[in-house]
Design a protein around this ligand. Structure first.
Ligand code: 6R9
Length: 637
């Protein structure tokens, strides 16, 4: 496959960006022309950020799986689509060609149909990183069912919340998942979740770990048995459902600063074009290369850069089941070596954790195939950037530091590897089609260079979210109401003298722990569920490996006789309610929280204390009880 819209030089990039601003519709129509549409659009774009209402490729008909599978069969049928590396390096890896993948997706799409799934139904997917996860995702898309993938680290309660919110009718899961030395009992977690989910009529269970599972009569069926049933029917083909460009493709839940996670909704046409365009340009993919994104498909990075971006480009995508440190800290480098990986796309938190093991695990691994590197999920500190550049890229491979969000669908600000300049700590320049602006607190645009402010986007792009599932008003207030006629990202940002962008982190109450987004309110709600807790306040603090750690200030009903045990109990509660990823790193028991006279917690002060910037607390005179601050300072962990 060739990509006529792949930008090859800095000059070409500048021209493309200009074109995308002066004539956005013409620009995106030119890109979209290179996809397979059942019917082309009548209009490219209709939008307003007030409602908000954004529609791309109006009237067009498409199925993303025909672009990811069918259209490659003639030329790439025998090429590897997915290379799968298991958790245990001793186990055999799998190579799935485009033809295999097509067959498997059609087969499983028929399984879904046999189990009553129809266009528009919501399907929850809770699986480990095995090829069947990608197959399940694509099978949903094939028949027009809306997938909602839930990361394997979330608790039963979190899954139940997501299933209820989307009113899913079917769940696809595994008996268990291997992750490093751990064996996670996915089906047992689903069983717990489903006690609160009457909409779920069927559960399809794929075998992976052979952990004993309880199969509920009439509800639970085995993936393998269902496949056999389709084979017995003679493996009929599964024609792709014709979707409107603006039909929903998937829901993915993500944390905001308030309340429960929201279901970000992406649609078929625009998301497809954007995931593909950003993949092909950021990583300068060339046919035959091996692309390794280390994310989990449970996050947006996995959706866009393990599944849809690479497959729509006919690329070979490497899917890894395990973790970077199992069986040892050389695992990524072994994988790069074994499959001659050309592009590695990973997160700063992984780089920092591997840095801690020194160069031992890197030395003697052949990394010469690597020509491009990527970073995603959180700001990359300069030390990690240089370590990655020098020791993994051997000084040769450019680094694309890609800034984007679940809501943006694809990469927004980044270096195009080897094409546009890179700068440590900087995401650098906007993708063609992206118009970033910095605004001050009043929403006034800050023009010129050498400035910083809140990062907003002032024009729609095809991959942007369309709504939050079941609650459009929430979408409006969250993203489009802070500043008039702008999409607000929640990130702070600076633009240097040359016009390069550096993301400085969230300016709202969202934490970024090991590249995972967690709302402080969510963690507080979970802590407050623990018997004996009166109130809590959660803030982030700098953490060497995770980027941010979670610091919780907790008021107990009675002083604890065994504070260590109480801490563990609270951790357990958070683990149960949200999942292990949201466990606080530090819990400080306090007798009160700094509140204003109107009862608002002054998080700024708590943040400063957690960051150990005690001398810099600012004005505390408006507090109801300024004395509480001294107590909290004394008790800092
Ligand atoms: C893709 C993804 C989004 C938030 C985002 C920002 C942070 C992501 C970043 C980055 C600095 C980068 N973030 N990439 N910060 N530099 N290259 O991570 O989506 O999970 O929704 O998180 O992550 O704060 O707002 P998501």
């Amino acid at each position: 496959m060739s990509y006529p819209y792949q930008l090859k030089s800095y000059e070409e990039y500048k021209q493309a960006w200009q074109h995308s601003v002066t004539d956005p519709e013409g620009f995106w129509a030119n890109v979209a022309d290179h996809f397979y549409w059942r019917r082309k659009w009548d209009r490219v774009l209709e939008w307003n950020f007030k409602d908000p209402s954004v529609k791309w490729f109006l009237g067009a008909k498409v199925n993303i799986t025909e672009n990811c599978l069918d259209r490659h069969l003639g030329t790439l049928g025998n090429q590897p689509a997915i290379i799968w590396e298991p958790n245990d390096p001793e186990e055999r890896h799998r190579v799935i060609t485009y033809r295999d993948l097509y067959n498997k997706v059609c087969q499983f799409a028929n399984v879904l149909k046999n189990n009553g799934v129809k266009k528009g139904d919501r399907v929850c997917i809770y699986m480990g990183m095995i090829p069947e996860l990608a197959i399940a995702v694509l099978a949903c898309a094939r028949i027009g069912a809306i997938h909602s993938v839930v990361f394997g680290g979330f608790s039963a309660q979190s899954i139940a919340d997501r299933i209820q919110d989307a009113q899913c009718s079917l769940v696809i899961t595994c008996d268990g998942a291997f992750r490093g030395a751990k064996d996670i009992p996915l089906k047992a977690v689903i069983d717990d979740a489903l006690m609160a989910c009457p909409t779920v009529k069927k559960v399809i269970v794929c075998t992976r770990t052979r952990t004993p599972v309880s199969m509920l009569k009439g509800r639970d069926v085995w993936w393998e048995d269902e496949i056999k049933a389709v084979e017995t029917q003679g493996n009929p083909p599964c024609p792709a459902e014709e979707m409107d460009a603006e039909d929903e493709l998937f829901i993915l839940y993500t944390s905001g600063s308030t309340g429960k996670p929201k279901g970000v909704v992406h649609t078929c046409g625009g998301y497809m074009v954007y995931a593909n365009y950003t993949f092909v340009n950021t990583f300068q993919y060339k046919q035959g290369e091996v692309f390794f994104c280390t994310a989990d498909i449970g996050w947006i990075t996995g959706h866009s850069y393990i599944v849809y971006g690479p497959l729509s480009a006919g690329a070979t995508t490497l899917m890894f089941e395990g973790v970077p440190t199992y069986p040892d800290a050389g695992r990524f480098w072994d994988i790069v070596d074994k499959y001659r990986v050309n592009t590695l796309y990973t997160a700063p938190t992984a780089i920092r954790s591997l840095m801690g093991f020194g160069l031992g695990p890197v030395n003697h691994k052949d990394l010469s195939s690597l020509t491009k590197l990527g970073s995603v999920g959180e700001p990359i500190n300069e030390e990690a950037w240089h370590w990655y550049k020098d020791n993994i890229g051997k000084g040769r491979a450019p680094i694309a530091d890609t800034w984007w969000q679940t809501e943006t669908g694809g990469i927004m600000i980044t270096t195009l590897a080897g094409v546009t300049p890179e700068k440590p700590g900087y995401a650098t320049l906007p993708m063609p089609g992206i118009q970033p602006v910095l605004v001050d607190e009043q929403g006034k645009e800050i023009e010129g260079n050498g400035v910083s402010g809140n990062l907003c986007i002032k024009f729609p792009w095809p991959g942007m979210l369309r709504t939050t599932y079941g609650d459009h008003e929430r979408c409006r207030t969250n993203y489009f109401a802070t500043y008039e006629n702008l999409y607000f990202t929640g990130d702070g940002c600076l633009r240097d003298e040359e016009g390069f962008y550096r993301i400085t982190g969230r300016v709202d109450d969202v934490l970024n722990v090991s590249g995972h987004r967690i709302g402080t309110a969510e963690v507080e709600n979970a802590i407050n569920m623990h018997a004996g807790v009166v109130e809590s306040a959660v803030v982030g603090y700098p953490h060497d490996i995770k980027g941010q750690g979670i610091y919780a200030y907790v008021i107990l009903e009675n002083l604890s006789k065994d504070p260590e045990l109480t801490r563990k109990d609270i951790m357990q509660t958070v683990s149960r309610i949200i999942g292990p990823i949201a466990k606080p790193d530090r819990i400080q028991f306090v007798s009160g929280l700094p509140k204003t006279r109107s009862g608002k917690i002054m998080r700024r002060i708590l943040r400063k204390i957690a960051e150990n910037e005690m001398d810099n607390l600012g004005d505390t005179s408006t507090l109801l009880d300024p004395g509480v601050v001294d107590e909290i300072k004394r008790g800092r962990l």
